[in-house]
Design a binder for this molecule. Structure first.
Ligand code: GLN
Length: 474
């Protein structure tokens, strides 16, 4: 499969066309989507129209942009005008957004061709896509295993070579974890770097949109397009977006990188080995590696599973049978809302709404939500202290490789524990990425996580590039 960088270069030079690239994507989708359940909706007509427009502009000699003619898959929790947006929930059945998310506008303005909407855990709550109301997505590397989640469909689209790049959202690891399980690069940008206007909210103080790609370069290329101030998102950072591609080959010479004990502890042996050899590779490239401990991180999983459900219980109140999608008719409004929410939400979403409502209720607020916010402050301070000593941090992305279907569905705690290494940085609002490094059980990919202070994306990509080269990937 060609990289996005290559596709865009070919389309701009006339060596290929947006139409050819799109038809190639459609033919892989036709071959593999039934088995893998990656796309919930493919926008054949709309994508062909966008591709035709790109080709016409190239023919007229216009500069089409850095993603000229690149097919891209979109997680189905982002709004695209007129295209079904389900969040993999029955409650949004039949709803078609009347507007485009800012990220859609930005990628189309850069020449990309959105091809369709990918499967996810319902409302992005989960780590395997098994919580989708439309069936799970299979991991293209081993269809008996999960692709991770919640952005499992977007990861699988790239891993199955349907597209070279895709969009995911990461609230507690939903880009980095599936990237690790599917052998891809996945990035959770600094909170506020990418606009969430048009992203269906799960936990607003944590949600970020970010890229999936096979290569570090393609991830940087896509993030450069996505990043930038948006007056329509009040949390959007006002500063100009960082230049990423220009720094890709900056290396890590002279950088101090902290290997965090709490971000490897408890992981499978193969994962610990991968993280240690990543540290060696960075050292060989000129970085100084120091081992450090951030004990506060041990508290973050519990804090996340109070804060995220609390915010979700409020955000999901809008799905009431009146404004969007499904309505189950009943004798009066209260009964209608109850019947609609009972029929429309799946078990995990209901569990989160109940957990969140409980944590926020008058008698328990201080004991649960209030305590969780204190842990969040401790986490922010712990990272800030670490970044006074080191430039970047290193750890594992997940405790193990892609697991089998059903392995964790009976025990929500086992599923939640999959996020133990990815959640801390969401609480802090800092950026992190997962880059493939080494393999584990049955040759399945392992992801190594790099974390940095706010707006350190350029340094993260440069370090990831060192690991990509050391792992023999480019
Ligand atoms: N797996 C985590 C959860 O279920 C994270 C999900 C996400 O990042 N959207 O909440």
């Amino acid at each position: 499969m060609k990289s996005a960088l290559q596709i865009a270069a070919d389309v701009r030079s006339g060596a290929s066309s947006a139409n050819d690239e799109l038809e190639r994507t459609f033919s892989v989708i036709a071959e593999r989507n039934e088995e893998l359940n990656v796309f919930l909706h493919v926008d054949f007509e709309g994508a062909r129209r966008v591709a035709r427009d790109v080709d016409e502009r190239v023919a007229r000699g216009e500069d089409v942009g850095p993603l000229a003619g690149v097919p891209i898959a979109i997680k189905d929790n982002m709004c695209q005008v007129g295209i079904p947006t389900t969040c993999s929930s029955k409650i949004l059945e039949g709803w078609r957004p009347p507007y485009d998310a800012t990220v859609i506008q930005r990628i189309v303005a850069a020449g990309a061709v959105p091809v369709g909407k990918t499967n996810l855990d319902e409302f992005a709550m989960g780590s395997s896509t098994e919580n989708s109301a439309f069936g799970p997505t299979r991991n293209p590397l081993d269809p008996s295993r999960v692709p991770g989640g919640s952005s499992g469909g977007s990861a699988a689209a790239v891993a199955a070579d349907m597209t070279s790049i895709s969009l995911g959202s990461d609230t507690g690891g939903s880009i980095r974890q599936p990237a690790a399980l599917c052998g891809l690069v996945g990035v959770k940008p600094t909170y506020g770097l990418v606009s969430r206007y048009g992203l269906v909210a799960f936990a607003s103080s944590l949600d970020q949109i970010g890229p999936f790609a096979r290569t570090v370069t393609d991830s940087a290329l896509l993030l450069e397009v996505l990043a930038g101030h948006d007056p329509k998102d009040s949390t959007s950072l006002p500063e100009p977006s960082p230049s990423l591609l220009a720094h890709l080959n900056d290396g890590v010479a002279g950088q101090k990188i902290g290997l965090v004990r709490e971000l490897v502890e408890g992981a499978d042996d193969s994962v610990v080995t991968a993280v240690r050899s990543a540290a060696d590779a960075l050292r060989e490239a000129g970085a100084e590696i120091v081992e450090l401990s951030l004990p506060e991180l041990a508290l973050t999983l519990s804090a996340y599973y109070l804060i995220a459900p609390a915010e979700a219980s409020s955000n999901l109140a809008r799905f009431d049978g009146v404004r969007y999608g499904l309505r189950v008719n009943a004798v009066d409004v209260t009964t209608m809302m109850e019947a609609t929410r009972t029929a429309g939400f799946g078990a995990e979403v209901k569990r989160r709404i109940m957990l969140g409502t409980y944590a926020l209720s008058a008698g328990y607020y201080d004991a649960y939500y209030g305590q969780a916010l204190k842990v969040r402050t401790l986490t922010i301070n712990a990272f800030a202290r670490a970044y006074e000593q080191v430039n970047l941090l290193l750890g594992a992305t997940t405790p193990g490789v892609a697991f089998k279907f059903g392995a964790k569905t009976e025990d929500p705690m086992a599923m939640y524990l999959n996020d133990v290494f990815t959640i801390p940085t969401n609480l802090a609002g800092d950026p992190a990425l997962s880059v493939p490094f080494g393999t584990g059980e049955e040759g399945l990919p392992i992801g190594v996580q790099l974390l940095g202070p706010g707006r350190s994306e350029a340094q993260l990509f440069a370090a990831a590039r060192v690991l990509e080269i050391a792992d023999g990937r480019s």
